[in-house]
Design a protein around this ligand. Structure first.
Ligand code: SF4
Length: 240
C-alpha cells in the first residue's frame, strides 16, 4: 500500500522527535579543526569508535603536527594504527591525502571549504584517496566547519532502510535521499544530532544488524519493517 497524501512534515522530523524523547539531546560539545577530523574519519571506517579514538590519540601523541604525519613512512603509520581495519590502506591513503591538500592549498588546511557550497566542498574532499561520502560528511559536519551534511554510516544506512526512509542503493544514494528529507531550516547541529540519535541510540541500542528490538522501539509506529512498506517516504513532499 502506498499513501498519496502529500505531507508538509518530513518523516525525518518524526524520526528526530521520537528519538529525542527516547535518548535526549545530542548536541556537539566541541569540534575539531577539519584536518584533525579528516585524520580521525579516515581511520574510523568499519572500526569501533573506541578503537579508532584510541588510534587517533596515538597519532596525536606521536606527531608534533599533521604535517609530520603526512611525511611519515606509511609502514610506520600503519603500525601505529594496526588495530583499526585495513590499517595499511588507511595509512597510505591518509598520507597521500594530506600531501595532496598541502600541494593544492599551499599549507595543510581545509578552512577554505567553508566558502564553498556543501556539495562543492564534498566533491573536493571526495577527490582525495580513501575519502567517500561518509568521511567527507564527517569532515564537513563534525569539524568546526559545521556545514550541513549528514554523516550516513552503516548503522544509519541500515535503520533508514528498515524504517523506509531510503530505498535500495549504496551509501551515496542514502546520503542524498536523507539530505533531501532534511528540512531546510535544520542546521549543521541538527544534522549532527540526528546522526547520533540514529546511530548510537537507534542503530546500536535498539536496531542492530541482527535481532532488532522492535517492541521497545519508538519507531515502531512509522517503521516500514513493522508496518507499511514505503508509506513514510512516499507520503512526503517538501514544503513550498
Ligand atoms: S521498529 Fe524495529 S526495525 Fe524499525 S527501527 Fe525500530 S528496531 Fe529497527
Amino acid at each position: 500500500m502506498q499513501l498519496s497524501l502529500a505531507l508538509a512534515r518530513s518523516p525525518l522530523e518524526s524520526v528526530r522527535d521520537a528519538l529525542l524523547c527516547e535518548f535526549g539531546p545530542q548536541r556537539p560539545v566541541s569540534r575539531m579543526d577539519p584536518i584533525s577530523q579528516l585524520v580521525k574519519a579516515s581511520i574510523s571506517g568499519r572500526t569501533r569508535d573506541a578503537v579508532s579514538w584510541a588510534a587517533f590519540l596515538r597519532l596525536r601523541a606521536e606527531f608534533r603536527c599533521w604535517e609530520d604525519l603526512a611525511r611519515a613512512p606509511v609502514a610506520a603509520l600503519a603500525r601505529l594504527i594496526d588495530d583499526v581495519t585495513f590499517a595499511p590502506d588507511k595509512a597510505r591513503h591518509l598520507t597521500t591525502a594530506l600531501t595532496m591538500i598541502e600541494a593544492k592549498v599551499g599549507w595543510l588546511s581545509l578552512s577554505h571549504l567553508k566558502t564553498l557550497t556543501v556539495d562543492q566542498a564534498r566533491w573536493e574532499l571526495q577527490a582525495l584517496p580513501g575519502v567517500g561520502v561518509e568521511v567527507a560528511a564527517c569532515v564537513l559536519n563534525f569539524s568546526d566547519l559545521a556545514m550541513r551534511a549528514l554523516v550516513v554510516d552503516t548503522h544509519i544506512h541500515r535503520v533508514a532502510r528498515r524504517i523506509g526512509l531510503v530505498g535500495a542503493g549504496d551509501a551515496t544514494h542514502a546520503y542524498h535521499a536523507l539530505m533531501d528529507l532534511a528540512p531546510d531550516a535544520w542546521t549543521a547541529d541538527d544534522l549532527f544530532e540526528l546522526h547520533w540519535l540514529m546511530k548510537r541510540g537507534l542503530g546500536q541500542m535498539l536496531c542492530p544488524h541482527e535481532a532488532p528490538r522492535c517492541g521497545a522501539c519508538p519507531m515502531k509506529a512509522i517503521c516500514a519493517k513493522v508496518g507499511v512498506e514505503g508509506a513514510t517516504v512516499l507520503a512526503w513532499r517538501p514544503r513550498g
